[in-house]
Design a protein around this ligand. Sequence first.
Ligand SMILES: Nc1ncnc2c1ncn2[C@@H]1O[C@H](COP(=O)(O)OP(=O)(O)O)[C@@H](O)[C@H]1O
Ligand SMILES: [Mg+2]
Length: 411
Amino acid sequence: MAMRGHPLGGSSTQQLETPHGRFVFKRSAQLGEGCAAKVYEGRDLESGQFVAVKVYKDIGRTSLHCFHNAIQVGKLLNGKSGKRLQDRTDRGLFVEVVAHSANHGVPGPDLGFLFHILELGGPSLEDVLATRYRDASALSMAELRDLHWSLFSMAYKLESLNLVHLDIKPSNIVSFPQSGNPQWKLVDLDCVVPAGAARCVVTKFGDITFTPAYIAPELARAYLRAGPGQAKHCPVILTPAMDIWSAGICALEAVVLASLLTDQYIKLQKETGSDHEFLKWLGDVDEQLFSSGVIESLRTVDADMARLLVGTLTKDNTRRLNAKDCLMHQWLRPISEAMRQKASSSRSLMAPTRSQLHMLERKSDTTSCKQSTATDEPVVKPIKLNKPLKQSTNEQSPDVAKWTSSTCETM
Ligand SMILES: Nc1ncnc2c1ncn2[C@@H]1O[C@H](COP(=O)(O)OP(=O)(O)O)[C@@H](O)[C@H]1O
Ligand SMILES: [Mg+2]
C-alpha cells in the first residue's frame, strides 16, 4: 500500500492504494471516527462502486486484535465468506468487510497501515436522531418499528452464534439506503466476544470494550464489585441479555430523541469526577430506570411498544426479555407476521433474516396482528426527557468514552 497525493486533488488530499491499486479514498472524505479508527468514503476502482475505508489508528496489539476479530466475526454473522461487493445480493444486519489490508496475502498491516474496505453506509443512528431532534421531526411508527426489529434481530443473530457485542450504541448502527426504510446495520464488530456453549462465559474486564451509557446494569455491578483499579483483572459473566439492554437503550432513544443515560452519565461524572456514581445508579436494581411518568408517556405513543421497551430495560437481568421474546412481541407483530407469510410463500429468503424466519415458522403463532404502513401511521411526538443527542459523527469522549482495555483480547 502506498500513501501519495491524489492525482485529481490538491496536495492535502491523499490516496490509499492497495497492492492491487484497487481502492482509493481522500482524507477529506471522512465519514466518522471511533476510538480505534477513522472511516472514509472511498472507491473501488475495479467495480466503480463507492466503499467505506476503515483505517485503524495504529498497528498495535489492540488494533491488530480488532482488525482480525472484525473480519472473522463479520464472516460468521453474514453467514458467508468474503464476498465481493458487486456480487452482494442481500442486505444483512452486519456490515460486510469486502477487503482488507494484507501482507503477502496474510491479513495484517500493509506498509504500516491496517484497513478494512466496507460496504458504504449513510448516516449513523446517532446522526439521524440528532438531525430528527434538531428538525423536531420524530420517527414515524413504521420507522420506529423497523429500527426496533433491526436492533433485536441483531441481538438474536449474535445470540444464535453465541456471541456478545457489548457495544451496541447509536454510533455503531449505520443506515444503508434501500427502497423504503433504510436497512440498519451494526458496523463495529471489532470487539465481539464469544458467549460460550453454555450461553455465558467468564471473561475478564480487560478483554472487553463497552460504553458506560449503554452497558447493562449487571456489567456495571460486576465492575463495581471488582473494586477501584481492579476491573481489568475481574472475571465477568457475559450473556446475550447484555446486548438486549444496549439494544433497548438505542430503541428507547429513538422514541424519545434524547441521549438519556449519556446525559446522566456526563452529569454524574462531572459532579463526582468518576464513573462510580453512574455505575452505582445503573447497577442498583431498586433504582428504577423509568419513572411512572415516562412509562405513561411511552404508552401514549404505543402501549405495546412501551411494554417491549420496559421488558428489555429491566435492571434485573433474570427478568429481561430475550431476543426471541422481542421479535415475537406484539409491537413487532406486523413485521414478524409479514416475514412469516413471505417465508411460507417463498423459499428465497434474505440471508440475515433466515434465522429469524426459521424461528418464526417454528413458533407457528396465528395470533392476529395490527396492520400498519409507513404512510398512514401517525408521527410519534418526541418526548423531551433530556438534552438532545449530540450532532457528532465521532466517538470522542465523553458521550461515547470507552473503557477500552490495553489488551482487548478475547479469551
Ligand atoms: N460502512 C460504513 N459506512 C458509513 N459510515 C461508517 C461505516 N462504518 C463506520 N462508519 C462511521 O464511522 C464511525 C466509526 O466507525 P467504527 O467502525 O465504529 O470505528 P471504531 O471501531 O473506531 O469505533 C461510525 O460511528 C460511523 O459513523
Ligand atoms: Mg464504533
